[in-house]
Write a protein that binds this ligand. Structure first.
Ligand SMILES: Nc1ncnc2c1ncn2[C@@H]1O[C@H](COP(=O)(O)OP(=O)(O)O)[C@@H](O)[C@H]1O
Ligand SMILES: [Mg+2]
Length: 210
């Protein structure tokens, strides 16, 4: 089994399918013989647990949220992600820095994209960021039945989607529309990931049988 440090992050509005596709991608890459570590944000650390609790609490100031998300990520990267990459894992994160930049900067005018980026500047950048794009009307429909968290409101998600797309174009992230059935969307994701792995010198064939 070859050891390939490669860091891929999934981003997008609530219900875009990031959890679904992060899991499916893990299965696909594991079958190809890669060591794969799947993780998520908020992370599974104590800060992450606190953040998950705060997601259903509207009384938490947006600045507190932003600082805690940055703290959670800082810990997540330095204690978990970096270590796994050093051990030769492909790390897949279900959400990462872009989620904070987009969701937190749209809370109040005082929170700028620049400031959120600044407090998140100590962590490593993903080799590949994939933004899953979907109309919020469809994504919220997909999440029907689950209790809604504080950011899951249609007019807010329209703005979130817009900022994700704008940033994706400027930062060179991959954008994949998730209107299609899960299998087709996953296939597109796999193509992009394989292309990116090949572009950094990974021989997929050798990997498969090595
Ligand atoms: N392309 C798709 N078509 C139909 N349903 C989907 C699609 N992608 C995801 N879903 C479903 O939508 C719901 C939300 O997906 P999930 O992966 O949890 O989204 P997220 O983690 O981005 O909030 C799940 O029930 C999932 O099975
Ligand atoms: Mg999810």
């Amino acid at each position: 089994m070859k050891e390939i440090p490669f860091f891929c992050a999934f981003e997008g509005i609530d219900g875009c399918g990031s959890t679904t596709h992060a899991k499916l991608l893990k299965g696909f890459l594991t079958n190809l013989g890669f060591k794969v570590h799947l993780t998520r944000e908020p992370s599974d650390s104590e800060i992450g647990h606190l953040l998950r609790k705060f997601l259903s609490d509207n009384s938490i100031p947006p600045t507190t949220d932003a600082l805690l998300f940055a703290a959670d990520r800082d810990y997540h990267y330095h204690v978990e992600i970096k270590k796994k990459l050093e051990e030769g894992y492909i790390v897949i994160s279900d959400r990462y820095v872009e989620s904070s930049i987009v969701y937190q900067s749209l809370q109040i005018p005082e929170i700028s994209v620049k400031w959120v980026a600044e407090i998140n500047k100590f962590v490593g950048k993903p080799d590949l960021t994939i933004v899953l794009d979907i109309d919020p009307k469809i994504s919220l429909e997909r999440k029907r039945g689950e209790p809604l968290e504080k950011f899951e409101d249609i007019s807010f998600l329209i703005k979130v989607r817009q900022l994700y797309l704008e940033r994706a174009k400027n930062e060179g992230y991959e954008i994949i529309n998730t209107n299609d059935i899960i299998e087709l969307v996953q296939e597109k994701i796999q193509q992009i990931v394989l292309k990116k792995l090949e572009s950094v010198g990974v021989d997929i064939q050798t990997q498969k049988f090595g």
